[in-house]
Design a protein around this ligand. Structure first.
Ligand code: 1PZ
Length: 214
């Protein structure tokens, strides 16, 4: 069954990441943040137990949206222009958070690390056996990515929340893409675009030595 008209489908959300990459391999912040907004909406639909996660994601999306709609919005059109502008203007705290605690560079870095989790998680979901547990796939992806950057208490809370995730088939269905089989096909189409955004960002941040921003 196809997603009902007007219903929220993860297909469009993941499509935003496709729209974020230009021919010149730039990452457009508008579509990137739209993708994140959609992911948060999806996360909220999974239940209140995830709200501590979505609150943090929303706070970061809002920081970025205010730059993108602010006085220097031209500089925040792409990730590349943002990095160039913030670095050239001394707007990034490189050693510890002090004068510029919420630079675009450090804020996107947090989302970027979470995108790695998303990539691993969706790939895990796509390729897992039908009877696999979503919570296990989620925990494994988290431990292989984001967990490294989180203190014990956050890791603990996250792992507890993951237990509330529905079974793999139910999860594929709430994506609202159609049958679980159709959702798997959609993930196969969408994941290369997420990988591409992730790879371009990782390369850009590595080039400018920004991968460990406080
Ligand atoms: C489907 C299940 C969803 C699982 C989501 C997996 C991610 C778990 C992340 C838990 C962290 C939440 C608490 C906030 C932590 C913040 O300290 C860190 C670092 O930011 P800083 O403190 O340096 O400002 N924030 C993050 O790591 C960003 C986390 C964003 C998570 C977005 C998840 C999107 C989920 C999409 C669902 C399809």
């Amino acid at each position: 069954m196809a997603a009902a008209a007007g219903a929220f489908s993860l297909r469009e959300v993941l499509g935003a990441f496709q729209a974020a990459v230009t021919e010149r391999r730039e990452v457009l912040l508008g579509p990137y943040l739209r993708g994140w907004r959609g992911l948060v909406r999806f996360l909220n639909s999974l239940g209140a137990i995830f709200s501590f996660i979505s609150k943090d994601a929303v706070a970061k999306i809002q920081i970025m949206e205010s730059y993108c709609g602010g006085e220097r919005q031209e500089e925040y059109r792409t990730l590349q222009s943002m990095v160039a502008y913030e670095l050239a203007s001394g707007l990034v705290d490189l050693q510890r958070r002090s004068e510029h605690p919420d630079s675009g560079c450090r804020t996107v870095l947090r989302l970027h690390r979470a995108l790695r989790w998303l990539q691993l998680f969706l790939e895990g979901l796509r390729t897992a056996q039908e009877d696999s547990k979503t919570s296990t796939i989620c925990t494994d992806s988290y431990n292989a990515s984001l967990a490294t950057y989180h203190p014990w208490v956050v890791r603990k809370a996250a792992t507890v929340a993951f237990c509330a995730l529905p079974s793999r088939n139910a999860f594929l269905e709430i994506m609202n893409v159609g049958t679980p089989e159709e959702a798997v096909v959609m993930l196969g189409d969408a994941l290369p675009h997420i990988s591409s955004v992730y790879g371009i960002t990782e390369e850009l941040y590595a080039q400018h030595k920004l991968l460990n921003l406080p």
